[in-house]
Design a protein around this ligand. Structure first.
Ligand SMILES: [Zn+2]
Ligand SMILES: [Zn+2]
Length: 233
């Protein structure tokens, strides 16, 4: 798909670097929706975001990005989403981000686009019920519950199921345990990474890539960052 695009005023929203304005438009791929646009604006590192993605809400962005991405690496997907300004340092959008990147990576591997799309949309509806601050008020981090949403969706779990019910609750329990071990205060980035890694370890799915050496880019935005006590610092 080709669209015309001319706007973008300040620095790059991804890396903060200077934008360059060329005399002529060139074909550029939007980092988030992966569509091709003609634009004369990109940052000096080559980042480009279309106008539409620039103005999406957090949950709209997560849904669109995960549906259109081809990646099988859920940690890379999460990092790319977290760079967008709509995803705040902390916030309940991470409760959707975790199952969405896992579903995208999982179904990109199996090649089932329609199933991926349907399940990501369903995950969004389920994640909306996990309100902000759940970790502090309910003793259950929303990123961990997000891994339970992921397993419930890929196994078609219901409250009446046997094996699937066990798998889903087991996944939430494993993620929550790892997250709890690292202690507070909350960090939606740390806990999202820990939850995603817990899933990749639990399933050990061939080709379901993880990158445990991930380095957090958000410490400067988090005044409660554990710094050297965080595995991603
Ligand atoms: Zn940039
Ligand atoms: Zn876009």
């Amino acid at each position: 798909m080709f669209y015309k695009n001319i706007r973008h005023k300040s620095g790059c929203v991804i890396c903060g670097k200077r934008l360059i304005y060329n005399d002529e438009d060139e074909a550029l791929n939007c980092l988030f929706c992966h569509n091709t646009f003609y634009s004369n604006v990109k940052c000096i590192k080559g980042h480009y975001i279309c106008d539409r993605c620039h103005s999406l809400s957090a949950n709209e962005l997560i849904q669109e990005y995960c549906i259109s991405s081809q990646s099988t690496n859920p940690l890379n997907l999460s990092m790319e989403l977290m760079r967008h300004p709509a995803i705040k340092m902390h916030g309940p959008e991470h409760h959707f981000l975790v199952p969405a990147v896992l579903l995208a990576a999982y179904y990109n591997r199996t090649g089932s686009f329609q199933e991926k799309k349907t399940k990501i949309i369903t995950a969004g509806k389920r994640a909306e019920k996990i309100l902000g601050g759940f970790c502090g008020t309910h003793g259950a981090c929303g990123a961990a519950i997000g891994t339970g949403i992921f397993v419930s969706l890929i196994t078609n779990n219901t409250p009446l199921a046997g094996k699937e019910w066990k798998e889903s609750n087991m996944m939430t329990s494993k993620s929550l345990s790892v997250i709890a071990e690292h202690g507070g205060p909350r960090c939606c980035k740390r806990n999202s990474f820990l939850a995603i890694i817990a899933v990749t370890k639990h399933f050990n799915i061939n080709g379901f890539n993880s990158a445990e050496s991930i380095k957090c880019e958000f410490t400067r935005f988090n005044k409660e960052c554990l710094k050297s006590d965080c595995p991603f610092f």
